[in-house]
Write a protein that binds this ligand. Structure first.
Ligand code: 3PG
Length: 395
């Protein structure tokens, strides 16, 4: 169901779950992509005359208020972007929240304080989450789920509250699910997936599923060294997950059997230490010197990955190729992003880090087919899992 299915919203209190889990430096938001992605739904509701109450989380506070996780910076930024005041309630569902909601007039918006300041939000106990969901539902006449980044969480403000009020998916959740499901269920082929990021252990489920779906898997980022080790190469002091080497050997064998091509880098930018200004050189992926740390894929690998991406009809990318925060080690990530812009295929950028990398490296978001706001959520969709926050909307 979409917002249109909720009928006339003038004067109705609409609770919106957004994902405002943005990176902060102190109280400065360093990437407001998730806030901007929430604007279409919020603006549509405000234009329809709804009284909009937004709930969201920031970070992982331990079920009690913590100053550094306050949504105050988000309320300020949201207010700037919407061009109207966004008062922040001082609590989640308490007296301040009730008073803030009661004060709303048609076409006005307020934000509730970090939902994870209430320990019931993330409880594993259905009854405990249900209590909080009842209190949230009491603040609203309808519920709109638009925090795509959090739909893989079975939490009170994502899942349980939807069962208590007429509900709909917001336009962000709709667009995300449509783009990602197409890649997962019915990709135009060749379907190439580029996986990066630091840990293989975070991506085991995705790799297993992709070995039955993708035509090619290009591997970069810190996890590449566990693959190189599984092939019998030394990786110096690079990031290595020894306990995953056997699992990776299994994947390499499975890929051979199923005809999925796993493409690994042929060269690596190896540095003396993990630092922005560390001396570095490009070496063969099978010749990383002892003591050196691989911090990026090399230029020949960038070309190899580019070629694969340009010949694909669908490309999904999750995880940077190197330590892109350091300019000297951003070229591999830049090469992949540029290839995704240049390809005629449909490109999907998934995962908070890759989306942040694309923006930090100065790419125009319009050059990509779809940039996901979800980290774990987009990975779980690529894994083929059912996400509770989506399933509850489809019930
Ligand atoms: C994210 O940043 O991926 C989402 O906001 C979910 O956050 P979480 O992993 O703390 O649930």
């Amino acid at each position: 169901k979409t917002i249109d299915d909720l009928g006339d919203l003038r004067g109705k209190r609409v609770l919106v779950r957004s994902d405002f889990n943005v990176p902060l430096d102190g109280t400065t938001i360093t990437d407001d992509g998730r806030i901007r992605a929430a604007l279409p739904t919020l603006s549509a509701l405000l234009e329809a005359g709804a009284r909009v109450v937004v709930t969201a989380h920031l970070g992982r506070p331990k079920g009690a208020p913590e100053e550094k996780y306050s949504l105050a910076p988000v309320a300020a930024r949201l207010s700037e972007l919407l061009g109207q005041p966004v008062p922040l309630a001082q609590d989640v569902v308490g007296d301040s929240a009730k008073a803030t909601v009661a004060a709303l007039e048609d076409g006005q918006i307020a934000l509730l304080e970090n939902i994870r300041f209430d320990a019931r939000e993330t409880s594993k106990d259905d009854a405990v989450r249900g209590e909080l969901a009842d209190e949230l539902a009491a603040l609203a006449d309808a519920f709109v789920s638009d925090g795509f980044g959090v739909v893989h969480r079975k939490q009170a403000s994502v899942y349980d509250v939807a069962q208590r009020r007429p509900h709909a998916a917001g336009s962000l959740v709709l667009a995300e699910v449509q783009a990602l499901r197409k890649a997962v269920e019915d990709p135009e082929r060749p379907y190439v997936v580029v996986l990066g990021g630091s840990k293989v252990s975070d991506k085991l489920g995705v790799i297993a599923n992709l070995l039955t779906k993708a035509d090619k898997l290009l591997i970069g980022g810190g996890m590449v060294f566990t693959f190189l080790k599984a092939q019998g190469h030394e990786v110096g002091s690079s990031l290595l997950e020894e306990d995953q080497v056997e699992a990776v050997k299994g994947y390499l064998a499975q890929a051979d059997e199923s005809g999925v091509e796993i493409v690994l880098p042929v060269d690596i930018v190896a540095a003396d230490s993990f630092a922005a200004d560390a001396p570095h050189e490009t070496v063969g992926a099978d010749a990383i010197p002892a003591g050196k740390i691989g911090l990026d894929i090399g230029p020949r690998s960038g070309d190899l990955f580019r070629e694969a991406i340009l010949s694909a009809k669908t490309i999904a990318w999750n995880g940077p190729m190197g330590v892109f925060e350091f300019p000297a080690f951003a070229e591999g990530t830049r090469a992949v992003a540029q290839a995704l812009v240049d390809t005629d295929g449909f490109s999907i950028v998934g995962g908070g880090d890759s989306a942040a990398a694309v923006r930090k490296l100065g790419f125009d978001e319009a050059g990509f087919g779809h940039i996901s706001t979800g980290g774990g959520a987009s990975l779980e969709l690529l894994e083929g899992k059912t996400l509770p926050g989506i399933a509850v909307l489809e019930d």
